[in-house]
Design a protein around this ligand. Structure first.
Ligand SMILES: Cc1ncc(COP(=O)(O)O)c(C=O)c1O
Length: 438
């Protein structure tokens, strides 16, 4: 048994090249604020907020203490037909933060579950209103909505879909918003491409609005490699949804909780969706939690039958888990007290300058930024897609910088506590590494 700690075989790692990793493992053993500590005792600056989730930085005392206290006080309470105070408080606080009349929250445990919940609510909502023919779901090419069958069906990342059979039926996709010919090296929102929202009109013409329940998009597409919505695109999508009675779902699993310098991307863009899916930053990544914010009229549509009847046959054993609720409350307190969303907004100009200073380095074919997000697109090595960016990832890690890569795109999204000096540190290492790439 002693040997078991040194045996890496049993753990089938997610979204990881298992054999490559196990031959040369990269292990984090501790984290504090902006830095991870590796098993060898090296400090690695976190330019990805873990996986886009540790928005307040690592091991923040208030959150740690809240979770410790909660586990001693109430470790678990059944999620169905029972409650506990903190989950109600968490829902109230989150809905108060959400724009407009998004004033009810359904809890899940991850972004994937949040997305599945939102898609199910959308279909059931139309049925509850007597429009049961509206079952079709519209996603977008290159979209990432987690890995449940709902999420990969509306998602548009080929590798996440191609191995898993026929997926959900009755799904269609808008084109993605990437247009490097016209928009490469844009600072902030791209000028061109709002007309791609009109794809929804095309799909309405093809399927008829009476068959379409909802459209789901990420306001900024993160996991596919940071694609920005062109100016006016999201507004146009909203208008077309309104015209045809289609629900608009913003998947804010990445953009929620300050990433763009506002509570949600919906605030940043001034576009009110009918539902917002969230996860990650809601608990600062400390305890898994996801959820869906829904507008009042959606919730109300379910509250019609006999009062002793369950209104929505959906939920998870750990929906609103006490530890997650405690972590969420302490996280929201931390964001507020430290003004972290405002801080992200203030730093976004400095961040943008640092990103675009990479222009002209070898292999850099596009640079994209918004809030505290960056996408750095590298030219792929012919016949070896992903190899160049992964090489950058390994070299950065050796030099004390954690970045994330997808395809040949480097994505960065640091904790919102980052300082200007730490932004400089990140880009010093990164530019040095890019210069050494084959
Ligand atoms: C927009 C979006 N939706 C959903 C998910 C899935 O979240 P999870 O990995 O918690 O299931 C992610 C994860 O990166 C995401 O970026």
């Amino acid at each position: 048994m002693d040997n078991a700690v040194n045996n890496l075989e049993a753990f089938w790692m997610p979204f990881t090249a298992n054999r490559q990793f196990k031959a040369a493992p990269r292990m984090f053993v501790a984290a504090k604020d902006m830095y991870y500590t590796t098993a060898e005792g090296r400090q690695v600056i976190d330019a990805t907020a873990g996986l886009w989730c540790v928005n307040a930085g690592h091991a923040r005392p208030r959150i740690v203490e809240a979770v410790q206290k909660q586990v001693e006080e109430l470790d678990y309470a059944p999620a169905f037909q029972m409650g506990h105070p903190r989950v109600f408080e968490a829902a109230s606080r989150i809905s108060a933060l959400m724009p407009g009349d998004l004033d009810h929250v359904f809890f899940a445990n991850s972004g994937s579950e949040a997305v599945d919940s939102a898609l199910k609510i959308a279909i059931a909502y139309h049925r509850a209103r007597g429009e049961g023919t509206r079952t079709r779901l519209i996603g977008r090419e290159r979209g990432y909505h987690g890995v449940g069958f709902g999420g990969i069906s509306v998602g548009g990342i080929v590798k996440n879909r191609m191995f898993f059979g026929s997926l959900l039926t009755g799904v269609d996709h808008l084109r993605d918003t990437h247009d490097p010919e016209r928009n490469a090296f844009t600072r902030g929102l791209p000028e061109y491409g709002a007309e791609r929202a009109d794809d929804l009109e095309r799909l309405v013409n093809l399927h008829d609005a009476s068959t379409i329940a909802a459209v789901i998009v990420e306001p900024v597409a993160g996991s596919t490699g940071v694609l920005m919505p062109p100016k006016g695109y999201l507004q146009r999508l909203r208008e077309i949804c309104d015209k045809h009675g289609i629900l608009l779902i913003f998947d804010e699993v990445i953009t929620g909780f300050g990433r763009l310098g506002s509570a949600f991307a919906s605030d940043y863009f001034g576009v009110q969706p009918d539902m917002i899916t969230f996860a990650k930053g809601v608990t600062n990544g400390v305890v898994p939690m996801g959820g869906v914010g829904v507008r009042k009229h959606i919730y109300d549509a379910f509250m019609t039958g006999p009062e002793n009847m369950i209104e929505l046959f959906h939920g998870y054993t750990y929906s609103g888990h006490p530890l997650a609720a405690a972590a969420a409350l302490a996280t929201l307190d931390t964001y507020k007290e430290e003004g972290l969303f405002e801080r992200a907004a203030e730093l976004s100009g400095y961040w943008e300058d640092a990103v675009h200073a990479l222009k002209g380095l070898p292999h850099v074919i596009d640079l994209r930024n918004l809030g505290l997000i960056a996408g750095i697109e590298l030219e792929p090595i012919p016949d070896k897609p992903t190899a160049r960016a992964f090489d950058a990832f390994l070299k950065c890690y050796e030099k004390g910088l954690l970045i994330r890569t997808t395809g040949d795109i480097i994505a960065m999204s640091p904790p919102l506590i980052i300082s200007k000096e730490q932004i400089d540190q990140i880009f010093d290492i990164l530019s040095g590494v890019i210069k050494t790439l084959d």
